[in-house]
Design a protein around this ligand. Structure first.
Ligand SMILES: NC(=O)c1ccc[n+]([C@@H]2O[C@H](COP(=O)([O-])OP(=O)(O)OC[C@H]3O[C@@H](n4cnc5c(N)ncnc54)[C@H](OP(=O)(O)O)[C@@H]3O)[C@@H](O)[C@H]2O)c1
Length: 265
């Protein structure tokens, strides 16, 4: 048996994948890996310039021209258009990767309702809506869903309250839809990254100096002694989306260098 046949992650070849957060970080890295594996891609993000750069990187890996479906995912019409255009273009959907998300600092004393609503709308409501619209298509193909959650969904950290709540919701959402869709042979899992080097923390307000300190501290807060790289999450997403994970559903998989297992002592 050829190595490519033995390693079932290669089952992604020819599969149609809709990936959100495709313009940056984990979503962008997932696009490039899926492109290398021969998947056909529909990319959502808001920054069209970045989305074009990621599409070019995918083509440089030999992938077919990705479909760009840019737009704001809290906008209900955009979500509907994203799905409609993907199906109109490819005629099917095999994989949905929900990677778009935002982080913000704030505690029960400092998080106002506007910040709470913003985080929940992007990180949970839009994921619910997009998944809801994709599920009929995924049932047809016996496809699968991979949500990008966080160690913050499994463990509790002060001063990122709304974010932690949003990621716990995604973990529960993943398990519930996994049970609902299992009879239809659609799998749903989430990856739960620890600190991964992307734009998300700086976008949440850390300046360069604070970010450097945060990454340095990640050497202590992650058992493996370092923050993670985008590709380490993308590899896990590809695994869960592929036939290599054909008997795995309802899992919230830590990709966090052991952080979820750590306790202060
Ligand atoms: N990096 C980490 O340490 C880490 C750890 C655990 C979990 N995560 C999760 O990983 C996922 C990806 O984050 P990342 O680290 O890759 O961050 P990132 O580099 O900031 O990328 C975030 C992506 O989400 C998109 N996005 C944000 N809000 C959106 C909206 N309202 N509508 C449409 N797209 C939107 C962004 O699009 P534009 O740039 O085009 O606006 C971008 O493509 C998030 O769900 C995050 O919570 C990250």
């Amino acid at each position: 048996m050829a190595t490519e046949d033995a390693c079932k992650v290669h089952s992604l070849r020819g599969k149609v994948a809709l990936i959100t957060g495709a313009s940056s970080g984990i979503g962008a890295g997932t696009c490039v890996l899926f492109a290398k594996l021969g998947a056909l891609l529909a990319l959502n993000g808001r920054d069209v310039e970045n989305l074009n750069k990621v599409a070019q990187q995918c083509k440089d890996c030999g992938a077919a021209e990705p479909l760009l479906v840019p737009g704001e995912l809290t906008d209900e019409d955009t979500v509907k258009t994203t799905v409609d255009k993907t199906i109109a273009h490819f005629g099917r959907l095999d994989v949905l990767v929900n990677s778009a998300g935002i982080l913000a600092m704030g505690s029960i004393e400092t998080t106002d309702l506007a910040q709470y609503d913003k985080i929940m709308n992007v990180n949970v409501r839009s994921v619910f809506h997009l998944t809801h619209l994709c599920v009929p298509h995924l049932i047809k193909t016996k496809g699968c869903i991979v949500n990008v959650s966080s160690v913050n969904g499994q463990r509790s950290f002060p001063n990122v309250l709304a974010y932690c709540v949003s990621k716990s919701a995604i973990d529960q959402f993943t398990r519930c839809i996994a049970l609902e869709l299992a009879p239809k042979q659609v799998r749903a899992n989430s990856v739960c990254p620890g600190v991964i080097i992307t734009e998300v923390h700086k976008r949440a307000g850390l300046d360069e100096e604070q970010y450097a300190k945060f990454l340095a501290k990640s050497k202590e807060t992650h058992a493996l002694g370092r923050p993670g790289e985008v590709d380490e999450v993308a590899q896990a997403i590809a695994f869960l989306a592929s036939d290599a994970a054909s008997f795995i559903t309802g899992v919230n998989l830590p990709i966090d260098g052991g952080r979820h297992a750590m306790c202060p002592r």
